[in-house]
Structures are given as structure tokens and as C-alpha cells.
Design a protein around this ligand. Structure first.
Ligand SMILES: Cc1cc2nc3c(=O)[nH]c(=O)nc-3n(C[C@H](O)[C@H](O)[C@H](O)COP(=O)(O)OP(=O)(O)OC[C@H]3O[C@@H](n4cnc5c(N)ncnc54)[C@H](O)[C@@H]3O)c2cc1C
Length: 467
């Protein structure tokens, strides 16, 4: 690629339509046009089955770059999208200016119990930075997602029953709103915006930094019990009753899995059907073991990996895949999950059903998550009992069949549907699916705020609809 125009202080050179020249000159970061190697790398999401086609990708180097990009998009009538890791792509980004945040990499840990992270920082980085401090940030099951993307969707992780949503721990955001202003937003300075940014994802602006509380939690009693094909059904029934007995110190999920024999998958689990009981206990290990005892007695696990571990290893509880994959995902919330629901689930995806899903997870909510936070937010459906999530991984031509199967599975659980979803799990389901993440009142308030903070509807792709 031959350089054109003025050097911009980085090796990449924009080779796209001249209309973008003004933006290229205004920013410190690299701007990539379709066809350039940086374009493909930065616009490829975690789910390789999703193809995106933004008009250009800006690899923002500073918060001011984000300001310039939003102002440029407004002047040129372009929608704006944001990507940090690509784990939660919301649409095909057709014609958008995509702002990639991976170079907004500030990660400051204050030993007094809070952190400030740039928009490109993942929980993995925060976990490493906090290791040895005894402090814990409320990450999700997969630490590879960004703090900003996760937290702006509420962030419901493996300790949600003890500590609630990650968005409840936010102290401040730096955010560029659709009017091109960089604002420092707290509950005191801009209460409406602070409310909407915690749950509304990028409907109101692009976060450039997040400040959030860290909790004193050096270790957890956590991990997973893996039951083989013979005892998976028994374990599923046992879990469906046992989880209702747990105190808020315990968070758990059940995953029915068909793991492939690929590197990284333990030999005992590869190529066979397993039921994994994921468990995090935030009190004493002795109490944690006592609460877990009935599950341990539900069968002889192939592997028992529940132990006291440093909080920095929390990613091992779910061991979610880190590498990009072609996947078909589906999710919904359930009001309840008991033995009858377990039976229905097993009929659809249990041992012997030849289900094409790689993993079907039931995650228990409740506990602290169901309580309204001290500072209210746009995160809705805190009173849902459980989440149902399924994912199948296959070559793209086979994914539609997996999606049809998932639709059947989700429909079969209709009796227990809560009638809604969560923003972090519904972004890829289109505008209507995303809207189901909110109550009508919250959606209306978010839409009103979007009209104010994003008057040109720059952030309309896959976000708050009906504007
Ligand atoms: C394997 C896996 C496990 C997961 N586990 C959990 C879990 O336990 N709990 C949970 O709540 N979620 C979970 N998620 C969902 C995840 O939190 C969302 O997909 C989240 O949006 C990922 O954020 P990202 O920035 O890494 O992804 P990206 O694809 O880069 O961004 C996704 C979306 O996040 C928003 N966003 C990203 N950056 C910004 C920003 N700077 N400003 C404003 N908005 C922004 C935008 O709406 C963007 O479209 C999981 C996802 C995967 C793939």
C-alpha cells in the first residue's frame, strides 16, 4: 500500500474515498478503508459467521479521536458503531464509521478500591493488574470481553447473585455523545446519562473510559463439576432443585455440553456429552463446600475442579472459548427452572438427542441481582429467575440448521419464558430482540435520551430502535 497525503504518525495509511480525508487529518489513530489489512482485522467480530461492512474503521488513539470521528460522522450523515473485542457485534455495520477502541488501553488500579480503564481494556487485563492486590472487578464469564462493552450492557457475571450487576459498581464514564461532546459523567453531574449508559449499551454515546469500584475479594471457592453422559440427566435434575436452596453467596449455572476433541479441552471431556455445574461461592471455603455437597453427591463427576482459587482465575469457572469461531447463538430469560423444566430441556438437548448445540446454559439469577441498585440504571429484568443461552459452532453453511434447532429448544421452554432478554445477550438478535431487553418505560426513556444526546441518530445501528 503506497502512502497518500500527509503522514499521520502511524504506519497505516488510509486508502479510501477522499471524503474521509478530513477525518484522517484530524485524528492521531489509523483509518482503514475496505480492502486494507487493518480494515479486515479490526472489523472482524468474535463470531466469524457475522460479516460486517463498515465504510471505514478508525483505530482511535485518544478520546479526542472519538470526538473527531463522531463529529465527522454527523457532518457526513454516517452511522457510528464501536468495537473493542467484537464479542457482541450488534449488526452488519453496513456503511457505518466503525470506531475500534483497542488502543484506548489505560488501566489504572487504585489500591483504595477502584479502577479506571480505557474503552479497549478487557477484563483479562484488569484481572492481571489486580492480581495480588486482593481486589476484584466484577467481570463476566469470559474475561476476554471489554469492560466498557460488558458494563454498558449491565454485566451479569459468575458472582452476580452476591454482588449484582457490574454496572452497579460504576463511578463514572468518559463518553462521547452523539453531539460530539466528550463528557465526564457521574450520578451527580449528569444523572440521566449516567442512568442510561448503565444498561443502554452504545445507544447514547461511545465510552472512552470507565471508572468502577473494585471489591475486596482475594480468593473464591469456585470451579466446575463435570458429570459424564451416564449421570448428566441426574445432575441436571439435582441442579434444578438444589439451586433454589442456595444463599446469595453462591452463584451457579448448568451447562450441557458436547465439547470437541480440540486442543485445550481436557481429555476426559473431549468428544463426549457432559453436564457442567459451575459454582462460585464468595464466603468461606468450608461453607462453600457444605452448600455444594448435595451436587457433589448427585453422581460421580468425571472431574471435580471446584477449589479455593485466586480471584484472578475466575475465567476458569466457565472456561469460555477465547478464539473467534463461526457460531449461532440464542438466548432468553426464564421466570423459573425446576425439575419439569429440566425434563423438557433434557428431552431437547440431553444425552442421546444428538443436539447440534455445543453448549446450552441455564444461569441462575436472583440474590443481589434482583435488588434495585442504590443508583438506578437502565438495566431491566433484574427479577428474572434464570437465563437460557445456547451456542452452536459449525461451518457457516451448517449454522442455519443450528439456529432452527435453537428456536425449537427455546420454544419448547415457552412455559417458563420470562418474556424478555438482557442487552448483553440480545445485541445480535436485531432491533426487536434488543428492544426486548427493556421494559416499555425504560425503552421510552432511553429513546427520549437518545433524541437529546444523539440528535442525528448516529448510534442507531442495532441499538435503541424506533427513532
Ligand atoms: C463467550 C462469551 C461470554 C460472555 N459472558 C457474559 C457474561 O457472563 N455476562 C454478560 O453480561 N455478558 C456476557 N457476554 C456478552 C458480552 O458482555 C457482550 O457481548 C459485550 O457487548 C461484549 O463487549 P465487547 O466490547 O467485548 O464486544 P464488542 O463486540 O467489541 O462490542 C459489543 C457492543 O458493546 C458496546 N460497546 C463496546 N464498546 C463500547 C464503548 N466504548 N462504548 C459504548 N458501548 C460499547 C456496543 O454496543 C458494541 O456494539 C459474553 C459474550 C461471550 C462471547
Amino acid at each position: 500500500m503506497e502512502p497518500i497525503g500527509e503522514p499521520t504518525g502511524h504506519p497505516a495509511v488510509f486508502d479510501g474515498p477522499p471524503a474521509f480525508d478530513d477525518l484522517r487529518r484530524a485524528v492521531d489513530g489509523a483509518l482503514f478503508a475496505p480492502g486494507q489489512p487493518g480494515y479486515t482485522e479490526l472489523s472482524t467480530p468474535w463470531n466469524l459467521a457475522v460479516r460486517t461492512s463498515p465504510a471505514a474503521v478508525l483505530e482511535a488513539a485518544t478520546a479526542q479521536d472519538v470526538v473527531e470521528a463522531v463529529r465527522f460522522a454527523s457532518a457526513n450523515g454516517l452511522p457510528v458503531a464501536v468495537q473493542a473485542t467484537g464479542h457482541g457485534i450488534a449488526s452488519d455495520l453496513d456503511g457505518a464509521l466503525l470506531i475500534h477502541t483497542r488502543n484506548l488501553a489505560e488501566c489504572t488500579i487504585d489500591p483504595r478500591g477502584w479502577a479506571r480503564t480505557g474503552a479497549g481494556v478487557t477484563w483479562k487485563t484488569v484481572l492481571s493488574a489486580c492480581a495480588g492486590t486482593g481486589l476484584a472487578g466484577l467481570c463476566g464469564s469470559a474475561p476476554g470481553v471489554s469492560v466498557a462493552g460488558y458494563t454498558s450492557g449491565g454485566g451479569i457475571g459468575p458472582m452476580a447473585r452476591t454482588f449484582g450487576a457490574a454496572s452497579d459498581q460504576v463511578r463514572a464514564f468518559d463518553v462521547v455523545t452523539g453531539d460530539g461532546r466528550l463528557r465526564h459523567v457521574t450520578a451527580e453531574t449528569e444523572p440521566d446519562l449516567f442512568w442510561g449508559l448503565r444498561g443502554g449499551k452504545s445507544s447514547l454515546g461511545i465510552i472512552t473510559a470507565t471508572e468502577f469500584n473494585l471489591l475486596p475479594l482475594p480468593t473464591i471457592y469456585a470451579g466446575a463439576l463435570f458429570f459424564g453422559e451416564d449421570s448428566a440427566a441426574r445432575a441436571t435434575f439435582a441442579w434444578s432443585s438444589w439451586c433454589h436452596t442456595l444463599p446469595p453467596e453462591a452463584s451457579t449455572s448448568l451447562a450441557l455440553m458436547q465439547l470437541p476433541p480440540t486442543p485445550g479441552v481436557p481429555e476426559a471431556l473431549a468428544g463426549t456429552f457432559t453436564a457442567a455445574v459451575r459454582y462460585v461461592y464468595t464466603g468461606s471455603p468450608d461453607d462453600g463446600a457444605r452448600w455444594l455437597a448435595p451436587m457433589r453427591a448427585a453422581g460421580v463427576p468425571l472431574m471435580d475442579a471446584v477449589q479455593t482459587m485466586p480471584y484472578s482465575m475466575i475465567g476458569m469457572v466457565h472456561s469460555d472459548p477465547e478464539d473467534a469461531l463461526p457460531a449461532s447463538e440464542a438466548s432468553c430469560l426464564l421466570a423459573d427452572f425446576g425439575p419439569e423444566a429440566a425434563q423438557t430441556l433434557l428431552r431437547a438437548v440431553g444425552p442421546g438427542t444428538n443436539s447440534p448445540q455445543l453448549l446450552v446454559e441455564i444461569r441462575q439469577f436472583g440474590g443481589a441481582l434482583s435488588e434495585e441498585p442504590a443508583v438506578p440504571s437502565a438495566l431491566c429484568h433484574r427479577d428474572a429467575g434464570f437465563g437460557l443461552y445456547s451456542v452452536g459452532v459449525a461451518a457457516p453453511p451448517e449454522l442455519p440448521a443450528i439456529a432452527v434447532h435453537a428456536a425449537g429448544l427455546h420454544a419448547s421452554m415457552g412455559e417458563w419464558h420470562f418474556g424478555a432478554n438482557l442487552p448483553n445477550f440480545s445485541a445480535s438478535s436485531g432491533a426487536a430482540g434488543f428492544a426486548a431487553s427493556y421494559t416499555p418505560e425504560v425503552l421510552a426513556r432511553l429513546t427520549r435520551l437518545a433524541a437529546h444526546y444523539d440528535p442525528d441518530a448516529l448510534f442507531r445501528l442495532g441499538q435503541v430502535p424506533a427513532r
